[in-house]
Design a protein around this ligand. Sequence first.
Ligand code: AMP
Ligand code: MG
Length: 494
Amino acid sequence: MHLPAETDTAAADAGLAWNHRFAALGTDFYTELRPTPLPAPHWVGTSSAVARLVGLDPDWLTSDAALQAFAGNTLLPGSRPLATVYSGHQFGVWAGQLGDGRAILLGETAQGWEIQLKGAGRTPYSRMGDGRAVLRSSIREYLCSEAMHGLGVPTSRALCITGSAAPVQRETVETASVVTRVARSFVRFGHFEHFAARDLADPLRTLADYVVDRYYPECRASAAFGGNPYAALLNAVSERTARLMAQWQAVGFCHGVMNTDNMSILGLTIDYGPFQFLDAFVPGHICNHSDTQGRYAYNRQPNVAYWNLFCLAQALLPLIGDAELAQDALESYKTVFPAEFMARMRAKLGLASARDGDAALIDGILDLLARNAVDYPIFWRRLSHAVQAGDFEPVRDLFADRAAFDRWLLSYSELLALYGRAPAALLMLKTNPKFVLRNHLGEQAIRAAKLGDFSEVQTLLRLLERPFDEHPGHDAYAAFPPEWASSIEISCSS
Ligand code: AMP
Ligand code: MG
């Protein structure tokens, strides 16, 4: 492994103050190491919004010093790079030890944001992997992190991408890239599973105490679950995960690899791989070409999340000490998910509160969307404008079965009248985005980037950061997917 020279650090002074609270947990949890330098790096994209968030000067972020630091060639002064160890269930099967095979945590900024380089070279947890990430998957992660944030969905964020001509072997030879991502914590369900599977009670407790004290302090004081803070933690994670799933389902997001090592203890969307936003509403859609069984199909996500929470419950059981209590702590998932999902869907319909008949209306439209394979984002945006203008023809045009749509519209109009069209439209236009990161949009940006044109990445970023705005002149980015979009195959290869 090439280690950056100590003297290189001086060139990369971002003026960041660091905390190292994860590192303070001790070496049971990670291995300290240096990133592997990326030869002759260049910028692919930078986000000034995320720079400001973590306490970095956005102007500095575009400097050569920043480029070298975020390519892994110099160390930011005060950073303390490490790779963490975790295990997990992949596609429903215990996979044993995994860990950060290509992600390197630099530490935590004074504002409490952890900064991670993804694709920065081999670690002790790389197994057969090369520790690298390719340009294509880094662009997808970068854009989707910011798109999800723009939609109001909890997610890790992306600060920047660097690229290089260095070859990386996948199905074909591609080029290396490093995406810098940011989150309050990158702790996964799999971190807990790792220590539980090895009967390592002390580090398991250390990790749980760290997560409770740092991120869920209310669990320490809670009288619920017999005052058991670990059961309270499991309950809090279940509820956050339920809310996250409700948001994924409502925006039409498919994650693609919901392995327990890709589940955030904070209920964030993390580890963007073969994800996809639905074009046509196909409930059984499988976005991951490697997922031959459809385990992670769009309509299975809520159940898979519960299955994953069950794995977390088993891992926390030695701390909770009572299987019934652990089961109770999971229970709320079953009420929070449907309640949150209904609330999200009501908002999409412009219904600001619950009323009799709304559940049937939601079931009815989802069934119609599925039977007519209607484009999901376009339907909701058109419906929002239709409610605003009082003209439903453009929405009706989306359905092959117009009579069925007309019947639904009749009931919808009755309910809508109770709320008023104007306030409903206002709610809908900030709930139903004009711009989503459809596969073909990402693909176009990737194709241009492979030819050295990164402008499309930044254009998309601008649109997706504010997906509810109209962005005049950019309607092509809100149009139906082209014919070739359905032939895009995204696999786990990244
Ligand atoms: P993922 O499916 O991307 O969540 O990755 C599953 C596991 O494989 C994690 O432990 C990753 O760190 C590891 N991994 C994936 N790709 C690579 C790679 N190119 N080099 C090293 N480790 C990798
Ligand atoms: Mg992962």
